[in-house]
Design a protein around this ligand. Structure first.
Ligand SMILES: Nc1ncnc2c1ncn2[C@@H]1O[C@H](COP(=O)(O)OP(=O)(O)OP(=O)(O)O)[C@@H](O)[C@H]1O
Ligand SMILES: [Mg+2]
Length: 352
């Protein structure tokens, strides 16, 4: 038990991070902050007055808005902390956005299949930010976050913590994980680096093949993808206004979008099929009714029916796929639900 400490749950994502505080009753009902995982440091030689308030460091969306004058550091790459100092700065910024008093303990998500070394880096980054931490696998936290306690035990509800297949399509990694009531083992999980960032690269290449003179910037391609992504039958044409040599032009990216999205999703479906094939046959039928897709990639249009149909074609019979709408806070919500259940001896002191 964690006594009177303030409890939080953290999803430190490649793209977006969420810090969720425990509410008065245990659960994900306290204050919550969500920011892009990026820190911007003022470039050398920036003239006074160019950056707001003459500040030298910016975080999240504010760093992106001022990116012309900043060196941007993305602390998390492919799901893992790569820059400890920038991560620590970013975590302090997140913490400053929530009211905390006294000791602060935080459950922090780590990607599926993280090694002990990778978890140690998270503990280092947390030094000076949190008093105690507990690092737990993100897919398990997603399942806990998705669990609807009011429906557990009711007819027709399959508790995601008891039996589900989670597919988290993030920016850096896609994590697939079978959850069957215990902490997932290595063989229950697959981590792919085919995810949102890779989809952006494939989309840029696919667009360039159709329109060789059109150059999409990384920033614009992400917005185009988020507004128009789809798999299966096109829900409508993807017509996009782009600048070519300073002149506005409209291009049709329907084929490029479909190709790029389906390339990513077909890889994820192959990985899902191999996990299902190796899973315990006792629980497989129920699990196929409880495939839950989360992360930003879950917002790709027509994704659920597409995955169900493709798995059906692979011989898995009737499959139900649920794409989570409020995916952003899921891992952090699970983390904060877990926090009161972490035994005193399992809380760890961040490493300096
Ligand atoms: N409508 C959409 N269609 C396709 N992709 C989307 C959509 N909305 C967001 N994304 C993508 O989802 C990704 C971000 O997802 P998410 O916030 O789950 O990532 P993350 O948790 O920061 O990353 P990771 O889990 O890999 O560390 C980005 O690549 C973003 O462009
Ligand atoms: Mg994530």
């Amino acid at each position: 038990m964690s006594g009177k400490a303030t409890l939080g749950g953290l999803d430190l994502g490649t793209n977006t991070s969420v810090l969720q505080m425990n509410g008065p009753k245990d659960g994900a009902n306290g204050p919550c902050v969500i920011h892009r995982t990026v820190v911007g440091y003022a470039k050398d030689g920036i003239l006074p007055g160019v950056l707001p308030d003459g500040r030298a460091t910016f975080y999240g969306e504010e760093a992106i808005a001022n990116r012309l004058y900043l060196d941007l550091a993305w602390p998390v790459v492919d799901g893992f902390v790569k820059e400890i100092d920038a991560t620590r700065d970013f975590l302090k910024f997140l913490r400053s956005g929530v009211p905390t008093d006294g000791e602060f303990r935080c459950v922090i998500g780590c990607p599926a299949k993280s090694s002990l070394d990778e978890q140690t880096v998270i503990r280092r980054a947390a030094a000076g930010v949190f008093d105690k931490v507990f690092v737990a696998p993100e897919p398990f936290l997603s399942a806990l976050g998705a669990r609807d306690e009011a429906r557990v035990g009711k007819p027709g509800y399959i508790d995601p913590v008891k039996n589900s297949l989670f597919i988290d399509i993030g920016a850096g990694t896609s994590d697939l994980c079978i959850i069957q009531g215990y902490y997932p083992r290595k063989e229950d999980q697959i981590r792919l680096t085919d995810a949102g960032n890779r989809l952006d690269e494939v989309l840029i290449d696919a667009a360039r093949r159709t329109y060789p003179d059109v150059r999409l910037s990384p920033h614009s391609v992400t917005s185009i993808k988020e507004a128009n992504s789809f798999v299966g039958t096109p829900p409508g044409p993807v017509k996009v206004d782009v600048m070519v040599m300073g002149k506005a032009r409209t291009v049709d990216l329907s084929d490029a979008m479909r190709q790029a999205c389906e390339t990513l999703i077909n890889r994820i479906i192959d990985a899902a099929a191999s996990l299902i094939e190796q899973s315990n046959p006792e629980g497989v039928e129920e699990m196929l009714q409880n495939i839950i897709v989360t992360g930003g990639g879950s917002q790709i249009r027509q994704l659920g029916p597409y995955i169900a149909a493709r798995l059906g074609q692979k011989g898995f019979g009737s499959v139900k796929v649920h794409c989570v709408q409020d995916y952003k806070a899921l891992v952090a919500a699970g983390a904060v639900k877990m926090a009161p259940r972490v035994k005193e001896e399992n809380w760890q002191i961040p490493l300096t």
